[in-house]
Design a binder for this molecule. Structure first.
Ligand SMILES: [Zn+2]
Length: 119
C-alpha cells in the first residue's frame, strides 16, 4: 500500500497496514510545501531477541508514531518529530518494516533477565 505525495491533502488520509503480526494504523495529512505529518499506532505481538541471554521472546507492541514525511531531501531541522524522506511515494509497507527494524535494533531483555537484574 502506498500513496503518491501529491495526493496527500489537508483532509487526513487513513491507512492500515500489517507485517509480521504487527499493525500500523493511522493517518497522514499535508502540512506545507514538501512536508506531511504522519500519526499512527504500531501494535501487535513481535518476537525479539534478548540482548543478555540471546533467547527469543514475544512481546506486545503499542507505540505511538509521529513522523514528518519529506518528499525529497529534508533541509530543515525539527525537534518535535523524526523525519523520513521519500521520493514521490509514501510506501506504508516499507514504513512498517523500517519501524519494526528500529524496534528490533533497540536494546531488549527478556522477562527472565529483567527479573535477575532486579534481584
Ligand atoms: Zn534474557
Amino acid at each position: 500500500m502506498n500513496i503518491p505525495f501529491r495526493r496527500i491533502t489537508q483532509t487526513p488520509t487513513e491507512f492500515n497496514t500489517s507485517a509480521e503480526g504487527v499493525t500500523l494504523k493511522g493517518e497522514v495529512v499535508f502540512k506545507e510545501r514538501n512536508l506531511a505529518l504522519l500519526q499512527a499506532q504500531l501494535s501487535g505481538e513481535i518476537t525479539l531477541t534478548c540482548d543478555i541471554c540471546a533467547e527469543d521472546f514475544a512481546t506486545m507492541l503499542n507505540e505511538k508514531i509521529e513522523l514528518l514525511v519529506s518528499d525529497g531531501v529534508y533541509k530543515g531541522f525539527n525537534e518535535t518529530y523524526d523525519v523520513i524522506e521519500i521520493e514521490e511515494k509514501l510506501d506504508f509497507d516499507e514504513l512498517i518494516h523500517s519501524e519494526i527494524e528500529l524496534i528490533r535494533n533497540d536494546y531488549h531483555s527478556c522477562d527472565n533477565c529483567k527479573n535477575q537484574e532486579r534481584n
